[in-house]
Design a protein around this ligand. Structure first.
Ligand code: GLN
Length: 483
């Protein structure tokens, strides 16, 4: 069961080969065994999970099951879920039990999926290694001395270690794709606005987007079918016709034009990653694709632009955590100002404070025009690069991350090195485009390598098709870490 696809699990549940209660319990047992080492979950709540599983079994017996009914899905701890501790990886929310469900959680509940637990993450989704979590680092199941990536590192580790059937993540600058790459799983960040952000704790609202993480493109399509859809409670949610993201999975790739940006294969890319990605491109040629050389000239500006805009938005979004409206309150303080200061000083970790300070600076009088406004202008140019590129190709491919998983602690005290982890992923968020990562081999130290596939706006179904055809021809996505 542990290696079954979501479609196979769904069939096993519908034909009563296994009940949702049995399936959920088997995952809970596996989590109890392995989570103390991997630390992929922050919160488990077997009572709620098993109650949902019993309800799913009743629904399965009635014959009105959805494809995900009864399937245990883990949720990144950034999604508010009623009755669940929802920490966002921060001490600030160490005792916040959400009174309501995020839209994504509601969608999974309506589908009858089982919430298996809340996965670990970098604090407020700021990080690329999961080391900024207040709840301890997550370990990469392929090598426990290495990071799983971040910020959705708990989710990526849980999927890779088979501690859930599938899970959710969020991606502001790469947080679905980069941990997916580092843990050898598949992950998709949809076009901005496809998945509602309602109830998803905000980091940088113009960039944040939730998406599915799982073991194959086929699984991601089923998950996205559940997650996507208009929601009037998110003003950036897009009103579009409901799509079946699995509809094109089996289309042949003959004539598909794949753009390879020269900037993605330049200095900074490690040799082992380049080799695996090139082998994947060769496989696509065999599948009938045509390779087109393209350029995304503003790629190198994406990190500086992101590290102005994302902290600017974060400094505003995080102002609500003041010990009064939301969040941790210092046990001892003098006057009101002192209470705010102590609560925020004690409640936030170092990386979050760094972002709040940068954000406040770039938005302040006198610096706003020089930094924030300039960054917005370059953001537009970065988006234009992609618009130009898509005149010549259907999808863009390249590495997801410049290297495989690094050692725990290796980049901890060098924020700029850490920020460079997202050099190939951030432009996609700045442009609002969909992007995904799928496993495409192994690099140095037998660590997984991810292939990034970037689509044009609303081209998720095509990207899933492109990924699925590769996964039919190769078995990288089927490899599991030895645990
Ligand atoms: N690593 C990036 C950051 O630290 C992206 C994080 C994310 O996508 N949530 O901001």
């Amino acid at each position: 069961m542990i290696n079954s696809s979501l479609t196979q699990l769904g069939a096993a549940l519908r034909t009563k080969k296994i009940s949702s209660v049995e399936l959920t319990q088997s995952y809970l047992d596996r989590i109890a065994r392995m989570n103390p080492e991997l630390n992929a979950y922050i919160t488990l709540n077997p009572e709620i999970s098993l109650a949902q599983a019993r309800a799913a079994d009743a629904r399965l017996a009635n014959g009105n099951a959805d494809p995900l009914t009864g399937i245990p899905v883990a949720q990144k701890d950034i999604f508010c879920a009623k009755g669940w501790l929802t920490t966002c990886g921060s001490k600030m929310l160490h005792n916040f039990v959400s009174p309501y469900d995020a839209h994504v959680i509601t969608q999974f509940n309506n589908a009858g999926a089982v919430n298996l637990g809340k996965t670990n993450m970098d604090e407020f989704a700021m990080g690329s290694s999961n080391e900024t979590s207040h709840y301890g680092t997550v370990k990469n199941p392929w090598d426990v001395s290495r990071v799983p990536g971040g910020s959705s590192g708990g989710t990526a580790a849980a999927v890779a270690a088979r501690l859930c059937a599938a899970a959710t993540g969020t991606d502001t600058g790469g947080s679905i794709r980069q941990p997916a790459a580092l843990c050898g799983i598949s992950g998709l960040k949809p076009t901005y606005g496809v998945v509602s952000r309602y109830g998803m704790i905000a980091f940088a609202s113009s960039l944040d987007q939730a998406g599915p993480m799982g073991r194959s493109a086929e699984d991601l399509a089923l998950l996205l079918n559940t997650m996507a859809g208009f929601d009037e409670r998110d003003s950036t949610s897009l009103q579009r016709e409901k799509e079946d993201y699995a509809r094109d999975l089996n289309k042949p790739l003959n004539g598909l034009r794949i753009g390879l940006p020269k900037e993605f294969f330049a200095e900074g890319l490690s040799g082992d990653v380049a080799k695996a990605v090139e082998a994947a491109i060769a496989e696509y040629r065999k599948l009938g694709a045509i390779i087109v050389d393209i350029s995304l000239p503003n790629t190198k500006l994406s990190i500086p632009v992101y590290y102005v805009l994302a902290p600017a938005e974060a400094s505003s979004n995080l102002s609500r955590f003041d010990g009064v409206r939301y969040g941790y309150r210092a046990p001892e303080y003098g006057d009101l100002a002192d209470m705010y200061e102590k609560s925020r000083a004690q409640g936030f970790g170092a990386e979050v404070k760094r972002r709040i300070m940068i954000g406040t600076y770039v938005l302040s009088h006198g610096y706003y025009d020089a930094y924030y406004l300039q960054a917005q202008k370059i953001r537009r140019l970065i988006a234009q690069d992609f618009t130009d590129a898509y005149k010549q190709c259907d999808v863009i491919m390249g590495p997801t991350s410049p290297s495989t998983a690094f050692k725990l602690g290796e980049k901890g005290d060098d924020p700029v090195q850490m920020y460079l982890s997202d050099i190939y992923t951030i432009a996609v968020n700045l442009a609002g485009l969909p992007g995904m990562s799928i496993p495409c081999g192994f690099g140095a130290n037998d660590m997984p390598v991810g292939l990034q596939i970037i689509g044009n706006y609303f081209d998720e179904a095509r990207m899933l098709n492109v990924a699925h055809q590769y996964q039919l021809a190769t078995d990288w996505h089927g490899r599991a870490p030895q645990l």
